[in-house]
Design a protein around this ligand. Sequence first.
Ligand code: BGC
Length: 549
Amino acid sequence: MSDAVPSWWQTAVVYQVYIRSFADGNSDGIGDLQGMRARLPYLAQLGVDAIWINPWYPSPMADAGYDVADYRGIEPSYGTLDEAHTLISEAHTLGIRVLLDIVPNHTSDEHVWFRAAVADEPGARQRYHFRAGRGAEGALPPNNWQSVFGGPAWTQVADGDWYLHLFAPGQPDLNWDHDDVRGEFEEILAFWFDRGIDGFRIDVAHGLVKEAGLPDMAEGATATQPLVVERSGHPAWDQDGVHEVYRGWRSVADRYSPGRVFIAEAWVSSNERLARYLRPDELHTAFQFDFLRSPWRADVLRSVIDDAIGAAASVGAPPTWVLSNHDVTRTVTRFARSQPRHLVETDWERGRWVHEDPDHALGRRRARAAALMQLALPGTAYVYQGEELALEEVEDLPDEMRQDPTWAQSGFTDVGRDGCRIPLPWKATSPPYGFASDDNAVTWLPQPTHWAEHSVEAQDRDPDSTLNLYRCALRLRRSLWRDAGDLTWLEVAPDVAAFERGGAQCWVNTGDTDVTLPVASVVLSSTRGIDRVLPPDTAVWLRSTGSLK
Ligand code: BGC
């Protein structure tokens, strides 16, 4: 980062609103714009700078809205375009910026372009990847690519051709070598920028461009998770040609004043590869997912933080910090079991841990400490809805309730991501916990019966709750850390990650013994009553006595 006053997006705390599960205004059991509007004051009180809203466009919901049928509309069960306008302006009035989610790698199979392609209208198939099959009578898929959700990445249409879908069959991949595709998306960006949107999170930003000829993936690259296959040289991911797309997008964003911003979701093999998306004429920021893949171990956290800061600095971008999102196991549960020694390769590894009972109280202590660490770091921080309530992953959903396409596509072996997408508890009652105003509403995923104590209402009145910890941390972050500059590690003990920025310190104890703190005042601690000793699984913010403004 330069010495100039940072732009908002270089230091922001962004709250991720998973709209289906945030708040339900019409009591149909599905979150919506009306519900979100009613809860904007909650977000303002929490103290976030911006929200990122998961896809809100019309969708048949083959993948919870990541299958977009119309990029210029609003899903009818969520509301209307007029309501979206109102929401954007209400958020702005409260000082909250609004980021949308753009899904450019694929459309829905109900998108007008794909319908035309299936009908084989002239030229329509060229906007997607349609191919003849291999083998006798083309009965085999055109190549050996696997869908991220499981099974082949190809589906056959009635006349025998196959189309590519790196995700669900209802998410056909677009052909980004086609001019129509490039032109259309630049217009979609402008459509929303003209409506006051401050920026976009880009879904699967590393997937748009495929290697010419769609060659087989290398022998051995059989895993389906993007990170794993990319590392072994998969022709679908992180191709150099994708960068030209983002240079075009940047020029659209820069036409606006203030300029609009992008955050890439790019699961690539190294920080160096990630930094390529952040060159000055490309995207502004990108999620650095190693932080959410890190076990609760000071040494690993420390090296992840160093790598992320170094890579972002090499291209003048701010680092980003994510502890969880709608695709991964909730932080509380991730930290509630024995911790691996190294970065986990994929969240899909969650299956390995479920045989050990989770200790949620332990997970909560660590998640609270991790939040203080995250919010003390330089750059931008993302908070996934429910993280501020320390919700755990719901791991015992009845199989018949599961909605994530991963469940069926994996042949019912991977439970998928529903467990981190449970509707939020707002009131300390019983399901639906004020998620919908009608107490009889049936939520689209069932909520646990023990969530009253984790509800906003219950936490609001408890000074030691995680909600109040977040509120306090976000307020203090502005004065203590937001503009504090570079980070210097303090050499304390192998199990302690401690750093200083601008006269304040953050100490995190991931070990199993107490650690003596220096003489300083404790500004905030993840557990009440920390003074001279930092117990295991806790964190503190300190400043030298007398230095607080
Ligand atoms: C989104 C997922 C989605 C996938 C396909 C992702 O990375 O975050 O929720 O299933 O893209 O669009």
